[in-house]
Design a protein around this ligand. Structure first.
Ligand SMILES: [Zn+2]
Length: 235
């Protein structure tokens, strides 16, 4: 049996995390962010949407059936603030947090039509701050925004001629396909696990309906799938 690949982070590393929505950073990478910072690496988190198209939790929290554009914008602003709070809990300052502001639930359609603005935004984000480790959502995640972000990132890497090390995280397991092999294990200390849980709980808008599912992500080991370098440019 071969040993699991490890991340082996050092102070020269630049770790970029792509999060389709506020909450993915804490659920998928709350331990990794802490360990990268503890290793002296630089960390940047890029949120692709504000997670504003999330009507059921919003209906429940605000006791309203009809969600209007202004309501969505308000939710998006709230979720951005929750993400900043969660990252501060994990030790990351606001200067290392970026929001691209693409429409929530639109990322797979944007990828399918090879949307020029989306590809340009991803290319720019990766070129402006070239990561040594890129952390993306999984190509096998059943949420279309998650696999859309994976595909857009690979296309942007190919376009830029970049080939950082890559791992991906899985939030929504596929329904009809086998889940991907998560071959990179990141054990967390109990303090890191506790901090990850606190970061997850910062996403208050999601807690009413998803508290149990969300808090279950604060496991003793955070798992990732390694992504072969050949994924770039052919997603
Ligand atoms: Zn998400």
């Amino acid at each position: 049996m071969t040993a699991s690949p490890t991340l082996g982070l050092s102070p020269t590393d630049r770790v970029m995390i792509l999060a389709p929505h506020p909450d993915d950073e804490a659920l998928g990478t709350g331990g990794l962010i802490q360990q990268a910072l503890a290793a002296g690496a630089s960390v940047r988190v890029v949120f692709v949407t504000d997670g504003d198209n999330n009507p059921w939790p919003q209906r429940h929290a605000e006791r309203r059936l009809i969600i209007r554009p202004a309501d969505r914008r308000r939710l998006g602003a709230q979720r951005r603030a929750e993400a900043v709070h969660a990252l501060a809990t994990l030790g990351l300052g606001g200067g290392d947090t970026f929001f691209l502001g693409f429409p929530d639930t639109a990322l797979l359609p944007l990828w399918k039509k090879r949307d020029a603005a989306a590809l340009a935004a991803f290319s720019r984000a990766l070129a402006d701050w070239p990561p040594t480790l890129l952390v993306t959502p999984s190509a096998h995640d059943r949420h279309p925004d998650h696999c859309g972000v994976f595909a857009l990132a690979q296309a942007a890497l190919g376009r830029n001629g970049q080939s950082p090390a890559q791992v991906s995280y899985l939030i929504h397991r596929p329904w009809f396909r086998r889940a991907p092999v998560l071959d990179v294990a990141l054990p967390l200390t109990s303090a890191q696990r506790e901090t990850k849980l606190r970061a997850i709980l910062c996403h208050e808008t999601q807690m009413k309906l998803s508290r149990r599912r969300f808090t279950s992500f604060a496991k003793p080991v955070e798992m990732f799938a390694s992504v072969p370098p050949s994924a770039a440019g052919r997603a």
